[in-house]
Design a protein. Structure first.
Length: 367
C-alpha cells in the first residue's frame, strides 16, 4: 500500500539492531561506529495477529498470510544534518518518503558502545533530531514561498491563497513549533502544500526507548524522562531491549513466551511497535478464510466493501454485487462459516458498507 514507518535516531542508539529484529532477517549491518547504515534498508514485516491462528484451527488451511508493514532503517542523523552534516540532506529526504517516524532513543549505559555526543541524555538526543527536522522543514517552506510568490505575482489565485498559509506556517515553524500542531493544518491550502513538501514535523512520531534487560520491567531514569517529554507532546513511548529482541529472532514461540514471562512483560517491544505502527498509519485488517489460505488483507480504516474487495483484485470492485460478512467473534463462536450462517450471524452488505476490523468476508462479483 506504499505506507511505511521510518526508523530514525542518532548513530549508535540501536536502530539497525532494532531493524534486524523487526525483519527477522538480520540483513541490516549493525556495528559500533557512526554511519554504519548509509543507504536506507527496507523490509516488509508481518503484523502478528493471533486471530489468524484461531481461524486456522477451524479452517485448517494450507497456509496463513498476515498483514504486513513496511519499515525503513534510515541512517543515523547528527547535529547539523539539515545543513548537510553526515550526509544529512540525503537521510532527511529518505524520511520524507515515510508516513510515521519511529525515533529510537538510547536509554541505557554501556561504556563499550560509544555515544556520538559523549554521554547518555535521551532528551538532548531527541531534541537534536527534532531540531534538524524543524530546520529542514523551514528550508522547504522558504523555498515553497519563493515559488508561490512568483506565481502569485502572475495573478494565480490558488498560489495567492496558498502563499498566505505558507507564510503563517513559516512563522509557526520558525518559532520552534512542529508542523503537526499548526492551526491551519486541516485547510485545503495546507494539504496542497504538504502533499508536495511532505514536511517532516507533520508526521506522527513514536519513541522507541532502547533499554538494557534490567530496565524492561521497571523504567530507569532515562525512560522516565523520555516518557515525561513524550506525554507533553501527546506521543507514545515503546520500551524495548533491541539486543535481546535480536537474540530472540531464532526462538520458537514457546521459548519466546518463556523469555517474556521471565522478564515480566506480556508483549515484546517489537510486537508493540508493529501493532501501534499499524494503528498510527490508520490501517486495519479483514480476513478471508478458505482451505487454500487464511489471510489478513490490509485496508485503511473507513474503507467501503468495494474498495476492500479491490485489495484482492480490481475486478472484485468493478463487478461488486454484495459482500458476505461474518464478524470474527461469531465465526469463532459458531465454529466457522457454516455454523455462523446456521445461527444467522452472516450478513449481506452492499456498496456503502464500511468494513470493520476482523470481518471475515467473501465477495460476490460479476465482470
Amino acid at each position: 500500500m506504499g505506507l511505511s514507518i521510518g526508523l530514525v535516531g542518532l548513530p549508535n542508539v540501536g536502530k539497525s539492531t532494532t531493524f534486524n529484529a523487526l525483519t527477522k532477517a538480520q540483513n541490516a549491518e549493525s556495528a559500533n561506529y557512526p554511519f554504519c547504515t548509509i543507504e536506507p534498508n527496507k523490509a516488509v514485516v508481518p503484523v502478528p495477529d493471533s486471530r489468524l491462528e484461531e481461524l486456522a484451527k477451524i479452517v485448517n488451511p494450507e497456509k496463513i498470510q498476515y498483514s504486513t508493514l513496511d519499515f525503513v532503517d534510515i541512517a543515523g542523523l547528527v547535529k547539523g544534518a539539515s545543513k548537510g552534516e553526515g550526509l544529512g540532506n540525503k537521510f532527511l529526504s529518505n524520511i520524507r518518503e515515510t508516513e510515521v517516524i519511529l525515533h529510537i532513543v538510547r536509554c541505557f549505559e554501556d561504556e563499550n558502545i560509544v555515544h556520538v555526543e559523549g554521554s547518555i541524555d535521551p532528551i538532548r538526543d531527541v531534541e537534536i533530531i527534532e531540531q534538524e527536522l524543524l530546520f529542514a522543514d523551514l528550508d522547504a517552506i522558504e523555498k515553497r514561498i519563493t515559488n508561490l510568490s512568483k506565481k502569485a505575482r502572475g495573478n494565480d489565485k490558488e498560489a495567492k491563497s496558498q502563499l498566505v498559509v505558507a507564510q503563517k506556517l513559516l512563522e509557526h515553524v520558525g518559532e520552534g513549533n512542529p508542523v503537526s500542531n499548526f492551526e491551519d493544518i486541516d485547510t485545503d491550502e495546507f494539504v496542497a502544500i504538504n502533499k508536495e513538501l511532505r514536511l517532516l514535523t507533520s508526521k506522527e512520531i513514536m519513541y522507541g526507548a532502547n533499554v538494557d534487560e534490567d530496565s524492561l520491567e521497571d523504567d530507569n531514569e532515562f525512560v522516565q524522562k523520555l516518557k515525561a517529554y513524550a506525554k507533553e507532546r501527546n506521543s507514545e513511548v515503546i520500551k524495548l531491549c533491541a539486543k535481546m529482541e535480536e537474540e530472540m529472532v531464532d526462538f520458537d514461540d514457546e521459548e519466546r513466551e518463556e523469555m517474556l514471562n521471565d522478564l515480566g512483560i506480556e508483549e515484546s517491544g517489537l510486537d508493540q511497535i508493529i501493532h501501534k505502527g499499524f494503528d498510527k498509519l490508520g490501517l486495519q485488517s479483514y480476513f478471508t478464510a478458505g482451505v487454500k489460505e487464511v489471510r489478513a488483507w490490509t485496508i485503511r480504516k473507513g474503507t467501503t466493501a468495494p474498495k476492500a474487495a479491490a485489495v484482492i483484485h480490481n475486478d472484485f470492485e468493478t463487478g461488486f454485487i454484495r459482500a458476505e460478512v461474518i464478524a470474527y467473534e461469531d465465526f469463532i463462536a459458531f465454529g466457522g462459516d457454516a455454523g455462523a450462517k446456521e445461527a444467522g450471524k452472516n450478513r449481506l452488505e452492499g456498496k456503502e458498507y464500511i468494513v470493520q476490523d476482523g470481518d471475515v468476508m467473501h465477495f460476490r462479483f460479476n465482470v
